[in-house]
Design a protein around this ligand. Sequence first.
Ligand code: ZN
Length: 278
Amino acid sequence: MPMDADFREVRENYIRFVLTDAAPQVANSIRRTLLADVPKMAVHNVEFHLGPIMGEDGTEYESVTPLFDEMIAHRLGLIPLPTYLDEFNFRSECTCKGEGCPSCTVMYSLNKKGPCTVYSGDMEPLGSDKFRVKDEFIPIVKLGQNQAVLVYATAELGSGRQHAKFQAVQAPGYRYYPSLKFNYDKLDVSKFDVNCCPERILEKRDSKIVVTDVEKCTLCKACADAAPKGAVEVKGDDTRFVMQFETDGSLTAAQALSKSLELLEKKSVELLALVSSL
Ligand SMILES: [Zn+2]
């Protein structure tokens, strides 16, 4: 049987689907590729302007903030940046030989004068507006009177293997597809408390137990524990998996999933080439 996927919920930054006729190893390879290999853009280099900064009205500001420069650089690194995977090379593999060019880097400037709170939305992309940060209200630093910050930040592609800031996907996971069986020879339905299920997916109907949404079952077996031994059987199917993950917004969930499959395919093809040369 060929592997199949049934999409249950697809939102911009979230996806949940059922993978059928697969093995746990396949589900886990997808999970690991999503975490460690799907690349995204993140700020990797930050230059701080030092010395006084002149305001438009002639006021002099000090390039000082309440946070160490390292902390600001770290925070800039963690801001999700819109990523266009088809348009960018890894900097180290780029034709510019890592010098940094429009095919491998995106520059941002951050120029704010206090008193104010500096937010992620204050990062101005140098170039196309499509690189503008989507989550505008991630606080970076609070500036006091006469404090200012002037920063040039360079973003590049990386993967979670390198640093967690390059991880586009959060909390990818899969569960064995649940199945519940009720043995009515052993189960006295009138005495069975359906609220023993923490997910509240059990109901009594015509002196039978009905599972309202089996995919919500977490295989916790609370129902089996609440019933006499052998009356309720809870099993996970190791050929079907409910998979889900969300992204930080730099890529859509669908983009991240298709990139992970593309990377897995590429690895398999490379391995196959090595094996066939034996
Ligand atoms: Zn380049």
